[in-house]
Design a protein around this ligand. Sequence first.
Ligand code: ZN
Length: 326
Amino acid sequence: MKLYLLLVFLGIFCVPCESYYREDYDQSTKDFIDMVVSDEDHSDHDHDEHHEKNKGKKNAGHGWNYLFSGPAIWGHFKRTCNGRQQSPINIESRSLKEVEKQRITHNYGEKPTGSYEMLNNGHALQINFNGDTKYRLKKNGKSYTPLQVHIHFNPFTNKGSEHTFNQNKYFAEIHIVHKRTRYTGKSFMNHDDGLLVIGMFVDIGKNDSTAAKYFSNVAKECFKPDMKKKIKAFNLASLFPSGNANFQSKYAYVNYHGSLTTPPCSEIVDWIVVTGNTLKINSETAKLFKDVRNGANGPMGGDGGNNRPVQKLNKRTVTGVVNGFF
Ligand SMILES: [Zn+2]
């Protein structure tokens, strides 16, 4: 009798909830990819069609979140989120394998072309670069194209960063997402070297870094999910802690192989996290982020936050690069 009741219960409740989430997650996987590739490839024949499709979509990509459908259960719906090369991680300066420098070059100090789009995607504040960007970053002979930059933050605790450095969290973390140039369309999702992400911590300080100014503008203009607006293009070097195109400062960074920090958690990311310096945001400017709403109309940086907790390192090597390029 007990077994019978249990089976009825499972039949009624678990099957619908399982399929609901599966659908939800498949949709969110698709939305994430759409979000990552956004405007990057004008050579795509379906580019305009893709935009038409997204136009009418309400709350695109809000299927998962950081609260009830939070990081602890992402793995139930997207098995990759339980993988062994997940991000973010805690960076322990004592355990780094140190090297002097890596072969990295870029042209991020050059004059920008076109315009960018800033938006609130329900999970983060984001700025999409123009699809025909001429900016390129080369690492060990591989070429990467920048797609977008977004921010994870928490203005209530000031501990909104995803990576931690010697267990310390910062107010926010900014991610510049690149795809490997040779992979066309969305095929970068199928290669373990598909993406390269540069992570930078944002700490409370006296004056706003240029990157903090860009994102406080997004916080003001796109405080509700799905709000978006065109903005003037800026050079990508202005996002770095040095804040200019001269690259006189060479801040240390770490490099390791990891994943997207949101579903589908694909393990395709060459991570570069700047540890030698932080971006700064004034405490008054930081308060602006309290008004930003997420896809469930809660405070984006509050409740469950918009930062995934650190994941196990699982014997991965984290390289510490003394001479960075920022
Ligand atoms: Zn991110």
